[in-house]
Design a protein around this ligand. Structure first.
Ligand code: ATP
Length: 356
């Protein structure tokens, strides 16, 4: 096990800088997920930690030791890729033991480690099969088994579930999380899928255009997104956001947007007339009878069984509301939206779109 630290890390390809001075620390035993849209630089950051990509500027340390000039094989890490990278001509057992055989480890030790990994990952009955005789999920488990067998200081995962169908992805997500709870090995996991990040991480690093937008626990990011980018990236369906203007009258703060006044908590640091983004999550809105709250028109009703998703029209804008259970509303109905001011997120309308 080991702590990992990134200190002012930069990466350039030719004259293009794609990682802009990133610093953060990962604690020993922590499960950190780096998440962000395609091209934000998360894979490159992971590959620099793995030693597969040179570090242009700054330092990366594992267990207090700077690894910039250390060969990948000497970093004591194990990486699991999206493509599994299994050897097709080897059995599961030989795939699992390969890295230890390469290091000329003792045969008994290899046998013991392979048996242990097979037991943890429920591969016991598949040890004599070849990769082509396995399902996608089983191949992914073998790829994880190869990492476990090496007993590394740090596990690195690069979008390991992307090739699996939706149901298997959910199952493997839980398996990887359970594996971490059991082994407590420091883990760095890269994905573009915010649900994977939310469900698996101790802490999430949200990246965008080569910088860190915010670092926090899943619920910190969900409850207190530091800026508009994080607010819209974390959470599904995404937060509803309107452009509005802050209206202060006496003790009362409201935001005017889409022709209506919307409730907000008291925003002491904001001024009357300030341009803001008004954000409210689909699950934080109560749908009531027309005449109370903000009026909205129902456009589409989508029951999913336990919940109902409503697409509503307010002024020129569309918004999504998720209600628990079933609802009697129909398309074209008028409804009233009740919003708890404590649940509203307000961001300034500067480029940074920081939380107010
Ligand atoms: P994805 O989810 O699509 O894999 P990512 O966030 O992992 O995206 P990276 O693969 O790290 O992004 O790429 C970050 C940026 O660096 C992208 O703009 C990409 O085009 C660029 N890039 C990556 N590798 C190279 C390379 N070898 N040469 C030039 N540019 C590169």
């Amino acid at each position: 096990m080991a702590a990992v630290s990134f200190s002012r890390v930069e990466k350039s390809f030719g004259k293009f800088k794609i990682i802009h001075g990133i610093s953060f620390d990962i604690a020993d035993g922590e499960f950190v997920v780096m998440v962000g849209p395609s091209g934000c630089g998360k894979s490159t950051l992971l590959r620099m930690l793995a030693g597969l990509e040179e570090i242009s500027e700054g330092e990366i340390a594992i267990d207090g030791r700077v690894v910039n000039d250390l060969d990948s094989k000497d970093r004591d890490i194990a990486m699991v890729f999206q493509s599994y990278a299994l050897y097709p001509h080897m059995t599961v057992s030989d795939n699992l033991g390969f890295s230890l055989r390469l290091r000329k480890a003792d045969k008994a030790l290899i046998g013991e480690r392979v048996a242990n990994a097979a037991r943890i990952l429920d591969l016991d009955k598949l040890l004599e099969r070849f990769p082509r005789e396995l399902s996608g999920g089983q191949r992914q488990r073998v790829a994880m088994g190869r990492a476990i067998v090496r007993d590394p200081k740090v596990f690195l995962f690069d979008e390991p579930l992307s090739n699996l169908d939706a149901k298997l992805r959910v199952a493997m997500r839980a398996e990887i999380k359970a594996l971490h709870q059991r082994l407590k090995t420091t883990t760095v996991y890269v994905t573009h899928d915010q649900i994977e990040a939310m469900t698996m991480a101790d802490r999430i690093v949200v990246m965008h255009d080569g910088i860190i937008e915010q670092i926090g626990t899943p619920l910190e990011l969900f409850d207190h997104p530091g800026n508009l980018f994080v607010a819209q990236f974390i959470g599904s369906p995404a937060m509803n956001v309107f452009q509005g203007t802050l209206r202060k009258s006496g003790d009362d703060d409201r935001v005017e947007a889409e022709g209506h006044l919307w409730p907000v908590r008291k925003l002491a640091s904001a001024v009357d007339g300030q341009a803001v983004h008004y954000g409210i999550r689909p699950t934080d809105i109560q749908v009531g009878a027309a005449g109370e709250g903000v009026p909205a028109k129902v456009i589409v009703v989508e029951p999913t069984g336990a919940e109902t998703e409503l697409l509503l029209q307010v002024g020129e804008a569309k918004m999504i509301v998720v209600t628990h259970g079933r609802t009697l509303v129909q398309p074209d109905d008028m409804v009233g939206l009740r919003i708890d001011p404590a649940k509203v997120h307000v961001f300034d309308r500067s480029a940074a779109a920081a939380r107010i």
